[in-house]
Design a protein around this ligand. Structure first.
Ligand code: UTP
Length: 289
C-alpha cells in the first residue's frame, strides 16, 4: 500500500467566517504571509504526496489562480530586482501537480470526497481538510500515512478533546494496537457526551481506501441534511481495517474566528521575520491590561 494522492475538500460555504468569506474563500485568508491552503498543500507535499485534487466550487476560483503562474507580475518583480518575491510567486505554482474538481452543490463533506472518485481511481489516498492546519515536527499527514501503510488499513487522525467540545467532532470507538495507534470499530458524528464512544475526535486528516466511494454513493444524508463523511467511515471501518492515529502536533481550525486568531498568533510567533517583534508587541500590550 503506497499513498501518492491527496484530496483537499475546500468547497464548504465558510458561514462561520462571514462577512470576510462572502467573496474570499476561507482557504485563501492570509495566515501571516501565505494563504491557509498553502500550508495544507505544503504538508501534503512534505508527506510524500505527488498529485493533489482540490474540491472547489464556483465561488472559489481564487484558489486555482493562486496556484497558477503569474507571468506579468513575475516579469515586473524581476525587472525591479525583487528576485526573492519573484521566486515566492513562482514557487506556490510549482509545489505539486494540482488538479481541481467542482462540487456543484454543497451537499456535505462526504459528497465532496465522492467527487474525487475519478481522480483517485483504485489506490488509497490521503484527505486533508482545506481549513485545518497542523503545526508539527513530523507532518501530520505523514504520521497518518505511515500507520495506514504499516497496518494495511485506512486511518484517521485523532486527538482527545474534552467532553464540552466533543459534540463538534466525530467520536471513535477504539481499542489499543500500539503506541498512539488504535483499531477503530465504530464512530458517531457530533455526539453528546452521553452518546460519545470516546474522547478521541477525528481532526481533519485521513487515509482512505477507494471502497469509500461505493459506500458514499449509498450513504443517505445525515446530520444537517448533508452527506456526512463520518457516516461513510462508520461503514468502512466495519467492512475493512481502520486505525486511529493519536497524532503529534497542534491542530488549528481556521474555519472559525478563534481558531483562525490562534493560528495567526502561533504562526507569527514562530516566524523568524516577525516573531521577535510580535513577542515584544504582546508583552507591551499585556502590560496595559
Ligand atoms: P465545515 O464543517 O468547515 O463547513 O466543512 P463549511 O461549510 O466549510 O464552513 P461553515 O461551517 O459554513 O463555516 C469541513 C470541510 O469540508 C468541506 C469544507 O470546505 C471543509 O474543508 N466541505 C464541506 C466541502 O468541501 N463541501 C461541503 O459540502 C461541505
Amino acid at each position: 500500500m503506497k499513498v501518492r494522492k491527496a484530496v483537499i475538500p475546500a468547497a464548504g460555504l465558510g458561514t462561520r467566517m462571514l462577512p470576510a468569506t462572502k467573496t474570499i474563500p476561507k482557504e485563501m485568508l492570509p495566515l501571516v504571509d501565505k494563504p491557509v491552503i498553502q500550508y495544507v498543500i505544503e504538508e501534503a507535499v512534505a508527506s510524500g504526496i505527488e498529485d493533489i485534487l482540490i474540491v472547489t466550487n464556483r465561488a472559489k476560483s481564487a484558489m486555482d489562480d493562486y496556484f497558477d503562474y503569474h507571468p506579468e507580475l513575475e516579469e515586473r518583480l524581476l525587472r525591479d530586482n525583487k528576485t526573492k518575491e519573484a521566486e515566492l510567486v513562482r514557487m506556490s505554482a510549482d509545489l505539486a501537480n494540482i488538479f481541481y474538481v467542482r462540487q456543484k452543490e454543497t451537499k456535505g463533506l462526504g459528497h465532496a470526497i465522492w467527487r474525487a472518485k475519478r481522480f483517485v481511481g483504485d489506490e488509497p489516498f490521503a484527505v486533508l481538510l482545506g481549513d485545518d492546519i497542523m503545526m508539527a515536527k513530523t507532518p501530520v499527514t505523514k504520521q497518518i500515512i505511515d500507520a495506514a501503510e504499516k497496518h494495511g488499513a485506512s486511518a484517521v487522525g485523532v486527538q482527545t478533546v474534552p467532553d464540552e467540545h466533543i459534540s463538534k467532532y466525530s467520536s471513535v470507538k477504539v481499542s489499543p494496537l500500539e503506541e498512539r495507534v488504535y483499531r477503530v470499530s465504530d464512530m458517531n458524528e457530533k455526539p453528546t457526551p452521553a452518546e460519545k464512544f470516546s474522547n478521541y475526535a477525528i481532526l481533519g486528516r485521513y487515509v482512505l481506501t477507494p471502497d469509500i466511494f461505493d459506500i458514499l454513493e449509498n450513504t443517505p444524508p445525515g446530520y444537517g441534511g448533508e452527506i456526512q463523511l463520518t457516516d461513510g467511515l462508520k461503514t468502512l471501518c466495519k467492512q475493512s481495517p481502520m486505525v486511529a492515529v493519536d497524532f503529534e502536533g497542534r491542530r488549528y481550525d481556521t474555519g472559525n474566528l478563534k481558531g483562525f486568531m490562534e493560528a495567526i498568533i502561533d504562526y507569527a510567533l514562530a516566524s523568524d521575520e516577525i516573531g521577535p517583534w510580535l513577542k515584544q508587541f504582546i508583552v507591551d500590550k499585556a502590560r496595559q491590561f
